[in-house]
Design a protein around this ligand. Sequence first.
Ligand SMILES: [Zn+2]
Ligand SMILES: [Zn+2]
Length: 188
Amino acid sequence: MKYSTVEERLSTFVGWPHRHTPYPLDLARAGFYYIGPGDRVRCAYCNGDLNNWSATDNPLKEHIRLLPLCPFLDGSYKPVKVSQESKSGWVQTKRDRLKSFIGWNGQVDPRQLAHAGFYYLGNSDRVQCFSCQTIFRDWVAGDDPWIEHSKWYPDCPYIQLCLGKEIVKEIRRNVLKNAPIDVVDCVH
Ligand SMILES: [Zn+2]
Ligand SMILES: [Zn+2]
């Protein structure tokens, strides 16, 4: 595939019109290469075009918002990228994670998923935890995101912070399988 690396995409930004953010590197990292005219860029994976960039735009966020079915946002969401993004903070709050659930039609309430640390990857019903970066999918009605998260990734720092280590252990032992979970109101 053409433009499959960040370097190749970055090399297209000759004559890029803006001096402000987002910078070509941010755009290239988010899957885009420069086609023009103006500030029009194209995603190497979904061929979607975006333009009219303003200084406050986050390319990855805009990609998720406007081109949610892009395969780049699914498979290529490798931990490296995510942790870079997480540092910038955009999925660390429940409200921001909830914003990612555009186009979601999975079986579980996005508010529950966002609360339990997940944001939507924009493809099928895949979500990823902002903290441990584990990807979950194939949700069925009645799933409790806190329980699934604890069962499959008990070492997640966010889960341990919100539920407490003891509760996570109990869930692992299946003791609390059918009992309601008392979640302390997590600040994140
Ligand atoms: Zn795309
Ligand atoms: Zn996690």
